[in-house]
Design a protein around this ligand. Structure first.
Ligand SMILES: *[C@@H]1O[C@H](CO)[C@@H](O)[C@H](O)[C@H]1NC(C)=O
Ligand SMILES: *[C@@H]1O[C@H](CO)[C@@H](O)[C@H](O)[C@H]1NC(C)=O
Ligand SMILES: *[C@@H]1O[C@H](CO)[C@@H](O)[C@H](O)[C@H]1NC(C)=O
Ligand SMILES: [Cu+2]
Length: 160
């Protein structure tokens, strides 16, 4: 009986332990935020963006803004005639809703050419690239088994 009870507890713990966090909020530039003089290419390098993740552009709204643009406008730093992202708050949250390349620039004269441009590639969240996600799944699974074992041992000790 004691064994059965432990197994049930093991199963519950394994099921209830949250696996990997589902969506990530990326603050563009991290502590540097969105400003001149930062290489956003370097910031994006090595990061994986998935559908459902969020980009947050944090900036001084009296001197900067953010436009979502097409690839050719990104290259030429052409500012669109309207603001497709809504308001420029200095805390602009953009939900990554679809896969593919996304381009963002600051629309203030000279700022895009001065480096305020970000290109990312959004991947399908349901089929993550193998290497890192396999590793984190393994980690999560090991952690769940570890927790389950602790609970099992604890409950055996309690039962006897
Ligand atoms: C934003 O930029 C303006 C103009 O440079 C400056 O006067 C203001 O202090 C800045 N605000 C913050 C919060 O940094
Ligand atoms: C803003 O521009 C985008 C892309 O050029 C266009 O699809 C959209 O209809 C425009 N919105 C307004 C309000 O003009
Ligand atoms: C920025 O926006 C997010 C959600 O859109 C909100 O949770 C957060 O408090 C805001 N931060 C500031 C400093 O306004
Ligand atoms: Cu700017």
């Amino acid at each position: 009986m004691a064994i059965h009870r432990s197994l049930v507890i093991f199963a519950i713990v394994a099921l209830k332990t949250p696996a990997i966090s589902l969506a990530t909020d990326f603050v563009v530039g991290d502590d540097d935020r969105w400003k001149l003089g930062i290489k956003y290419e370097d910031w994006a390098k090595g990061k994986q963006f998935f559908v459902g993740d969020t980009l947050v552009f944090k900036y001084n709204a009296t001197v900067h803004n953010v436009y979502k643009v097409k690839g050719d406008n990104f290259k030429s730093c052409t500012v669109p005639s309207n603001n497709s992202l809504g308001s420029f708050t200095g805390n602009d949250t953009i939900k990554l809703a679809t896969t593919g390349n996304k381009w963002y620039i600051c629309g203030v004269n000279g700022h895009c050419d001065g480096g305020m441009k970000l290109k990312i590639t959004v991947l399908d969240g349901t089929a993550p690239a193998p290497a890192p996600s396999a590793a984190s799944t393994l980690l999560a699974t090991n952690f769940q088994i570890f927790l389950g074992m602790i609970f099992t041992i604890t409950s055996i000790v309690i039962v006897y």
